[in-house]
Design a protein around this ligand. Structure first.
Ligand SMILES: [Zn+2]
Length: 328
């Protein structure tokens, strides 16, 4: 995909992925080649103005490094609630202090180019649709399982949007009404039971009662440093506590996936995010659940596959969103 009437070798698209703790900035060409990329820790609590300053400094460095002269546009993929139509971030949940921030106006004034804002799960899904595992898939559902759970539905190449352009939040579907409190105000949301954070908190609380777990030695006895990766590592070594935590998360992960298959009957579900690096540990439970529910919807025909772009899927999606806007 190329923007019309623009010399390819001069142009660059600035792609910015703003998460709760990290910001990633990449310069991509129109074919989707990553020309330069960098990331930095991100303190949203310092406030939106300070955050914007830090991101534009990093962006300038990336643009200088890639050596391209003409900036075609900027794609912003941002965690949590964003208003795609108004160009604002409304996310005091995972970006504390970032409420009603006119980020598109800020970047448009800074760059003098068009700016596209989408939820980060939508950007990752667009990336997978453009160049990744979901190419040319008509009904593509993408689930990102990391610190939280983000979902996106790409329907015939377009981001599915809800009322007033709202991004549907599959990660906050209720899986267990008696489950743990979620920051959104509900109990037992999918991400409070099956995300990396859920795995971490479950393991930490169980570890107090099971000091013989190898997680104790892996964490040097510091229970509060146990994270999801340590848990999956310990599960691979057969640690009983870790296996139990992983099986519990796999159970909840499969429940949310089955809900998704039942409601949308997509052609493909692409799984991505940090937790999915250990997909092999979760897959037997998922496959079992899919086979069990192959009744009202032909769930076994739905392809469930890991993402192919990995870490930078969101950046590719940002570039694709800018190119599509330039061609409309
Ligand atoms: Zn929630």
């Amino acid at each position: 995909m190329e923007a019309k009437g623009v010399k390819l070798k001069e142009t660059v698209i600035l792609c910015i992925d703003i998460g709760g703790t990290m910001v990633r900035v990449g310069a991509l060409d129109q074919q989707g080649t990553l020309l330069s990329v960098s990331e930095t820790r991100f303190e949203s609590r310092s406030g939106p103005e300070a955050g914007f300053k830090a991101i534009t400094q990093l962006s300038k460095a990336i643009l200088d490094e890639c050596g391209r002269k003409r900036l075609l546009g900027i794609g912003l993929g941002v965690t949590g609630p964003v208003d795609h139509l108004r160009g604002t971030i409304n996310n005091p949940f995972t970006l504390p202090t970032w409420d009603n921030v006119p980020i598109v106006d800020w970047f448009a004034k800074w760059s003098g180019t068009p700016v596209v804002l989408e939820n980060d799960a939508d950007m990752a899904a667009l990336g997978e649709y453009w160049l990744g595992a979901g190419q040319n898939i008509q009904r593509l559902y993408v689930v990102t399982v990391g610190t939280g759970i983000g979902t996106a539905f790409i329907l015939k190449g377009e981001i599915y949007r809800g009322i007033n352009g709202a991004h549907p939040e599959g990660g906050h579907q209720i899986i267990d009404p008696e489950g743990p409190d979620c920051y959104c105000g509900a109990k037992g949301c999918w991400e409070s039971l099956a995300s990396g954070s859920a795995i971490t908190s479950q393991a930490q609380s169980m570890l107090v009662e099971s000091p013989s777990s190898i997680l104790m030695s892996l964490s040097g006895g510091k229970i509060n440093t146990v994270d999801a990766r340590m848990v999956t590592d310990a599960a691979r070594q057969g640690d009983q506590l870790a296996v139990e935590v992983v099986q519990r998360a796999a159970h909840y992960l499969s429940l949310g996936l089955i809900n998704t298959l039942m409601m949308f009957a997509p052609d493909m579900v692409v799984l991505t995010g940090g937790v999915i690096k250990s997909l092999d540990l979760f897959l037997p439970t998922i496959i079992q659940a899919v086979q069990l529910h192959n009744v009202m919807v032909p769930t076994t025909q739905i392809i469930i596959t890991p993402a192919s772009l990995g870490y930078y899927a969101g950046l590719y999606g940002c570039a694709y969103a800018v190119l599509r806007q330039a061609n409309t």
